[in-house]
Design a protein around this ligand. Sequence first.
Ligand code: ARG
Length: 587
Amino acid sequence: MASIPEQLSGSLGAAFEAVGLPRELGLVAESDRPDLAPYQCNGAMAAAKIAKKAPRAVAEQVAAEFQAREPDVAIEIAGPGFLNLTPSATVYAQRANAIAADPRTGAARVEMPRTVMIDFGGPNVAKPMHVGHLRSSVIGDSLQRLFRFRGDRVISDIHLGDWGYQMGLLVTELEDEQPGLAYFDESFTGPYPDAPPVTIDDLSRLYPQAAAKAKEDEERAARARKATAELQAGRPGYRALLQHFINVSIAALKADFDALGVHFDLWKGESDVNDLVPEVVELFKEKGIAEESEGALIVRVAEEGEKKELAPLILVSRQGSALYATTDLATILDRRRTYDPDLILYVVDLGQSDHFEQVFRAAVKAGLAQEGGLEHIKFGTVNGPDGKRLRTRAGGTFRLADLIGEAYGRAKARLDEAGLGAELSEAEHDRVARLVANAAIKFADLQNFRTTNYIFELDRFVSFEGKTGPYLLYQAVRVKSIMRKAADQGLEPGPILAGTPEEQALIRRLDGFEAALARACDLRAPNHLCDHAFSLAQAFSAFYAACPILPEENEAVRASRLALAETVLKQLELNLALIGLEAPEKM
Ligand code: ARG
């Protein structure tokens, strides 16, 4: 069944057509003057120009045609010729009952499912994750949930940074600390011990240590670069070490991402496509799109007359190594062979715009991808209260685990302050605090359009009031508690009647779900999911304040309201799941 605006657009379009005007003029949307009518159409203005008549005259004709088709919808002409539409309770009730009967509460499936790969997260082995990786993870996870829910085949890939200079730094730093390890013996080719020679804490210590030294000392940096090149060339001891580093990092990252409720289908990384690099380089040479420049192999991607000239992409560096762009191109080849995606989305911060522009143009030139088949899903920064990029008190980048830990602490405190969850067992209380913490962090991030920078204010994020994740969880829990009480009293939901303005307003929100999903999907913009969830929760609150549910004496009205509440809960939970939020049973 079509949504109410679609139904109205259909009938109004037919009315325009009946007076010899284009159907499309009958497009109906929710009104921006809800005090006059909930729906409106502005088509009479454009129609007047076509028909060379006064807008009001056209509007009157169209309104008469419409009324004959839709006796259940009041139509009025306002101002110069706005068509204001007010559906009767019957229209609302029919739509609400269809939504209630649908397990997807009105959410459609895409007609032509695509294979969509989503590249997000992108942490680097050994380097701590920072808030940029957090944003990528939160946005990417929401997009994968959304695309999957709408029926596309989705494959998500974390695309670990495990192949660059930082690996050379790590290898050489470990060599300085433990020169006796078999991995550093050039003549030894294995087998190497199964047990990793380092823990995640070693890695977190070794990397900054090495990075600091290399910054000061060019010789130290040169050793790291040499080790990187040897590693990429396949030196056995280094490769064995790399694998350990990757395994140790993945184990730690999985724990972090599990805590955040973020899942990846593939845990591949830059190092996985190393074997494809020669083939990619060959392809570019063969097609004559790569050229030598100062000892490096580059691809020119700038186009004539562009405002800002894009630098060439470096395919092979002067030292003979593959760089970030090279592994990204090899990854496209790998993905094509393995999954043949229609679309690859790269959820990566705005700062990497040039990199992706270079890679995409080069990939299209080489025939590795189709125009429009690769998209950079950009996002802005998370800032501290000073408006600058968020740092820890010590000035370093934030670590994901610390951030989650802090949010959890605040969520726990806020629950106590609000007197919530007091009757829960300790384990339950703990779980609720984790859900609230995740909801706080994720919602705060997703509610803005992704390119907007925002200030990290945990206290506001964990609040149960305002437009926050915890507020939404609280509303969902409230409806769950109503449903539980109703079940205890043996009350059953029944057909929805939609007699009051608050019920109708709530039904309009329920009815807007599919449009919100489509918009979020088309714009790759989860903020539309957040807006929908928030407006649904608010409409529920207004409904609940005006329309008693359990105390209602009229049995049919009570059953109707119970059914509405049940449908709201179903849709709210579907919606929350798409932004990666989960409401507890109680709190
Ligand atoms: N590891 C990169 C970074 O930390 C992000 C990777 C993004 N994905 C990609 N295919 N380049 O900046």
